[in-house]
Design a protein. Structure first.
Length: 134
């Protein structure tokens, strides 16, 4: 995948988000970790925030879906504010599906690629290799 300089790479799963910026050029990707951003994961359908219990095993999935939606909202805001000019989203398949539901039209316009892999917790080199191979 060709990543122009300054492309933002969002690496997410249902619990964590890491943001990187390509300081290299399209041919030589060199990712730099960006400061973490707070995510509003309160967008959970009916019931809001509540503690998990054995009676309702879907609570953790609702929390993950809420986090995914919160990540998309944060990315939408940064795109609309002009802070992101090109974007790649790398996310676990289910997370990516949840995020897509919340993409703003403007985000879709700057989105240059998606990778449906869970690379959270992987090294910078692993992420760079996965992007180069995509």
């Amino acid at each position: 995948m060709q990543l122009p300089q300054n492309t933002i790479i969002a690496v997410a799963d249902g619990e964590k988000l890491s943001l990187f910026q390509n300081e290299g050029d399209a041919a030589n990707v060199k990712l730099r970790m960006m400061p973490s951003t707070d995510i509003d994961s309160s967008k959970i359908s009916s019931g809001g925030r509540h503690s998990s219990s054995a009676a309702n095993p879907d609570d953790s999935q609702q929390n993950e879906d809420g986090f995914s939606s919160g990540v998309a909202d944060m990315l939408n805001k940064q795109v609309l504010d002009g802070k992101i000019k090109s974007l790649v989203v790398v996310a676990a398949p289910r997370t990516l599906g949840e995020m897509r539901k919340s993409y703003h039209k403007s985000l879709s316009e700057v989105l240059i690629g998606e990778l449906d892999k869970d690379l959270t917790g992987h090294s910078l080199q692993d992420i760079e290799k996965a992007l180069a191979a995509a």
